[in-house]
Design a protein around this ligand. Structure first.
Ligand SMILES: [Zn+2]
Length: 329
């Protein structure tokens, strides 16, 4: 083992705690959590973390991991040098303040072959009439055409093409969600390229985005495909230098609220205007997301949206005028 590797190991090993909290959503390292060994179906939390040895260990199956071992499992990589590389990319600023830094891992590397799904999409699109899942969810039919939404009969899943190499799928008879391998693109990510789209609504799921588009065909909306994918949003906003306003309309539950605050803060840190809102505050407690709201009371949702959107537009206009006045002075 080279000297360099040895120093790297010592440096990164203590990040296991951060990695468990951040990437495995473990809330507390003081008590056991479900075993992370994929071959151990752990129903009683059996794995515990040792800060002294920088490992986590399962007392039921015996599996023991340090940071690199765990990365190996999560990224399906056996090679130790590659595990170190991943650790480095996850914590690029380890020498300064790694906790403030975020980084998106994109496995568009040699290990992953990009697949063109165009034919698959066409086949699925022809079968979309075989399910009434989206109709039951009150999604406007014209949007299925617009986005080439399809149905995979074998998987019993709706297929939402994101681009020719990436799609998102959800089960019609189960809660199953699936994403094609590779980069975790956002739904409608391209909209962020154009700052003339001065208001873009960010939702948690494609169904939420389609629900908004159902009530207002002009709305611009991007979906994260899972809140934890917000890092992709931050990355893209930076990359495209998006200058408009992002309206965060996440689910009305603990996770949604938590991420709404987190994302709002990260956007502020990079000088992107954002606004957290709930379009469904005046719906009852069972109504957790935009699609629930659409199904429950379309008119109410429309009213909420119009009210908020109008006010945001007014605010933007005011700001614009102010900016112009300042320029003239
Ligand atoms: Zn175990």
């Amino acid at each position: 083992m080279s000297y360099q590797n040895r120093t790297d190991i010592d440096k990164y090993k203590p990040l296991l705690a951060d990695y468990l909290l951040k990437y495995h959503n473990i809330r507390s390292l003081r008590k056991p959590f479900n075993c992370l060994n994929p071959n151990h179906n752990d129903n009683h939390p059996s794995m515990s973390y040792s800060g002294r040895y920088n490992i986590c260990k399962c007392f039921a199956c015996g599996a023991t991991y340090d940071l690199f071992g765990l990365i190996g499992i999560d990224y399906n990589i056996d090679s130790f040098p590659e595990q170190i590389e991943i650790a480095k990319s996850l914590y690029p600023n380890i020498n300064t303040d790694y906790q403030k830094e975020f980084y998106v891992i994109e496995r568009n590397d040699n290990n992953y072959k990009t697949i063109d799904f165009t034919n698959y999409y066409q086949k699925c699109k022809k079968n979309i009439f075989k399910t009434n899942y989206l109709e039951n969810r009150k999604i406007d039919k014209s949007l299925l055409e617009k986005y080439n939404v399809g149905y995979d009969e074998n998987k019993e899943m709706i297929i939402f093409p994101i681009n020719k190499n990436s799609y998102f799928a959800r089960g019609v008879n189960s809660d199953l969600k699936l994403k094609s391998k590779g980069t975790s693109y956002l739904w409608n990510e391209e909209l962020l390229k154009d700052s003339d789209n001065n208001i873009i609504y960010v939702t948690e799921s494609i169904i939420d985005s389609l629900s908004l588009e159902t009530i207002n065909k002009d709305v611009k909306t991007v979906a994260l495909n899972g809140v934890s994918n917000y890092k992709r949003l931050i990355k893209i906003v930076k990359e495209f230098n998006y200058k408009g306003l992002l309206v965060l309309a996440f689910d009305k539950d603990k996770t949604g609220l938590y991420y709404q605050i987190l994302v709002d803060k990260e956007l502020t840190d990079i000088n992107v205007d954002s606004f957290s809102c709930s379009l469904i505050n005046n719906f009852d407690d069972n109504c957790k997301d935009l699609n629930n709201a659409l199904m429950e009371n379309r008119e109410k949702l429309e009213k909420n949206f119009e009210y908020i959107n109008l006010n945001l537009e007014k605010n933007i206009e005011k700001k614009e005028e102010k900016r112009k006045e300042e320029l003239e002075l």
